[in-house]
Design a protein around this ligand. Structure first.
Ligand code: 7RM
Length: 653
């Protein structure tokens, strides 16, 4: 990006926090000043929310950047912090997980149950020869055992690496190899879209291919038939028979906790490494602060999959360290019907909901009458994560889910950051639809230009983090140089997140998507996010994905893939008219420079398992290339659908 990112859209709506929430908020406005006065003392105070077996000698060692050490010399056990200490505090009967299977079967797991299960799983892993520092792969459906497996690893100091259930043999085998894992924990399958979806065959093939794995632990979930090898052991014949007594041992604050692979744009996936004390400090604090969790009364639900960092930090470590009661759901949002999410909110009286823009836009597409059919009055805080949330989707979420009462926290963070970095505080911040607002207390972030100068309010550029933070990645597994090159080399002294952002006239931050996706049109840098938001603000549009395609006259031209809302006629002449209206609508909203050269009406968009639009594949289509790597695509039939739909659309003037 040679020039500064253009700042095209303007948003004037403002939403102050509800008075009662503000009055009783876990974190109030003074936290910002406190953290600014002494950032390290602020984080030390948050670390004290945890139980340490041995106190730290030094809060932060930043003598060898970018390799940070937090709470140096301190020791703790994360499973103890997430489970045992709540039982010791007399909360053993509190529900930790209200689990809802896709077919409608349910389980209730209390903190005492969790302590027993995690101890049994820890004992089984020890019996299988897993010791502190070994790597264990987890390839599971969304069942309580997934969380138990992660906590059991943490309890014995093994490093877990969760791979999305449903990723290919190739993806799993590469990760097993890269991490040199020796055990895989999996299940026969899980329920998705109304039927059992097998996992074990993928594991069998990956294990056969790598030859590294010594044992495979298999949870029986669906009961479907599975092939069996001498490496396989049933969970119910091992874990559930093991002793429920296990004494957690404390580990160094910098002991490796997990490796989570991010696909990246090119080449082999990066194994993002997180460690123990700093990671739990920040996930626990941010979960308490951003969601305002009151563990005695709230019912929290994060709809993420455990295979995404959001599942790690905001299903397992953050909520459980805070003693939360949460809902965990196995399946898809349209099984048995499109009301499933709202039926779950209604059934469990969910009070805090954390979901992704892709889901909110899908719900918009399905229609307002669906959430309207349920009692959602229990909801008091709504969260969003994963992509920029378009102002239109934000407003829909507020109106149709939050019923104009519940504040929305748009939380920006990454696998690499481990925890939320930029977000409103629900009892403090006056929010703007579509903005993640400001860095949390104790976090340093800025938007800079290509000369690494901070841009003034009203400007756009590169999002950077200016100070080390407790849950920062400690590296890329096995590749220090790649860690330095990817994040710390572009701008001296800053962590470069890879995202574009702008500051509005008040200094609030607006995320503009990955800088690789920024389009250069006739010398102007235009973000995909702003054009997508302009399209979604048209009443006929449910979702849009925008890419820059090579163009002989403008360098790049804007090509938009657009999904019309369910009730819109987009066939034949009506479709032609809609395309014309949309091009004019974008020109009117953002200015003529942002008018798409071409708009394609489609029924689906290619997405990753965590719901992010894969613009790279759309660029291939827009430039008439054959498709690149599709291994992380959620649904492989989508690209065929899009390509076949192209026949009906044609470029405009
Ligand atoms: C948590 C997560 C990270 C990338 C990040 C951004 C995008 C995430 C937001 C967002 C705008 C948000 N981890 N992103 N949250 N963009 N607003 N609130 O998503 O490693 O899978 O992805 O996701 O581009 O760099 S992740």
């Amino acid at each position: 990006m040679s020039e500064t990112l253009e700042n095209l859209s303007s948003e004037t709506r403002r939403f102050p926090p509800p008075a009662d929430l503000a009055a009783n908020a876990n974190v109030k406005a003074d936290a910002y000043a406190e953290a600014a006065t002494d950032r390290l003392a602020f984080w030390a105070k948050q670390a004290e929310r945890l139980t340490w077996a041995k106190p730290w000698d030094q809060i932060l060692d930043w003598s060898n950047p970018p390799f940070a050490k937090w709470f140096v010399g301190g020791e703790l056990n994360l499973a103890y912090n997430c489970v045992d200490r709540h039982v010791e505090a007399g909360l053993g009967d509190r529900v930790a997980i209200h689990w809802e299977g896709e077919p409608g079967d349910t389980r209730t797991v209390t903190y005492s149950d969790l302590q027993k299960l995690v101890s049994q799983a820890a004992n089984t892993l020890l019996e299988l020869g897993v010791t502190a520092g070994d790597r264990v792969m987890i390839y599971m459906p969304m069942i309580p055992e997934a969380a138990v497996a992660m906590l059991a690893c943490a309890r014995i100091g093994a490093t877990h690496s969760v791979v999305f259930g449903g990723f290919s043999v190739d993806a799993l085998a590469t990760r097993i190899e890269d991490a040199s894992a020796k055990v895989v924990i999996t299940a026969d399958g899980g329920y998705r879209r109304g039927k059992p979806s097998a996992l074990k065959p993928t594991v069998d093939e990956a294990v056969a291919r790598t030859g590294r794995i010594e044992h495979v632990l298999v949870v029986r979930r669906t009961g479907q038939e599975v092939a069996w090898t001498d490496k396989d052991q049933w969970w119910h014949e091992t874990v559930e028979q093991a002793s429920p007594e296990h004494q957690p041992q404390a580990f160094d604050s910098e002991h490796p906790l997990f490796i989570l692979y991010t696909s990246g744009t090119t080449g082999k996936p990066k194994g993002i490494l997180h460690t123990t004390g700093g990671y739990l400090t920040q996930t626990s604090y941010t979960h308490h602060a951003v969601f305002d969790l009151k563990p005695e009364t709230d019912v929290y639900w994060c709809t993420a999959d455990i295979g995404w960092v959001t599942g790690h930090s905001y299903i397992v470590y953050g909520p459980l360290s805070n003693g939360a009661t949460q809902v965990m759901y196995e399946g898809t949002p349209d099984t048995p019907d499109r009301g499933r999410f709202w039926q779950i909110v209604d059934k469990y009286k969910v009070s805090i909901l954390y979901t992704a823009p892709t889901l909110i836009r899908t719900m918009m597409k399905w229609g307002d009458d669906i959430p309207a059919g349920y009692d959602l009055s229990s909801l008091r805080v709504l969260g969003s994560v994963g992509e920029p949330i378009n102002p239109e989707a934000w407003m829909w979420y507020r109106q149709h889910v939050g019923r104009e009462r519940a504040p929305i926290v748009d939380t920006w963070w990454q696998t690499e950051t481990g925890s939320i970095m930029i977000s409103p505080l629900p009892g403090v911040t006056e929010t703007k639809p579509g903005s993640a607002m400001t860095p949390l207390p104790g976090i340093g972030a800025d938007v800079i230009d290509d000369q690494a100068q901070s841009v003034p309010n009203g400007g756009g550029g590169f999002l950077v983090l200016t100070e080390p933070w407790p849950s920062m990645l400690r590296g890329i597994w096995g590749d220090d140089q790649r860690f330095i090159d990817t994040y710390w080399s572009r701008f001296e002294g800053f962590y470069f997140a890879g995202d574009g952002a702008k500051k509005d006239s008040d200094g609030a931050l607006w995320l503009l998507g990955r800088v690789d996706d920024v389009m250069l049109v006739s010398g102007h840098n235009i973000s995909t996010t702003e054009v997508e938001s302009a399209l979604v603000s048209h009443p006929s549009v449910a979702e849009a994905a925008v890419v820059g395609a090579t163009d002989p006259t403008t360098g790049q031209a804007i090509v938009a893939f657009t999904i019309p809302r369910g009730n819109v006629d987009a066939e034949g002449d009506a479709g032609e008219q809609l395309i014309k209206d949309l091009r004019d609508h974008v020109a009117k909203t953002l200015g003529p420079i942002a008018k798409p050269r071409q708009i394609l009406l489609v029924t689906e968009l290619p997405k990753t398992r965590s719901g992010k639009i894969m613009r790279r594949l759309l660029r291939d289509v827009a430039e008439n290339r054959s498709l690149g790597d599709v291994t992380t695509l959620q649904d492989s039939t989508v690209m065929d659908l899009i390509s076949s739909g192209l026949k009906t659309a044609k470029p405009e003037d």
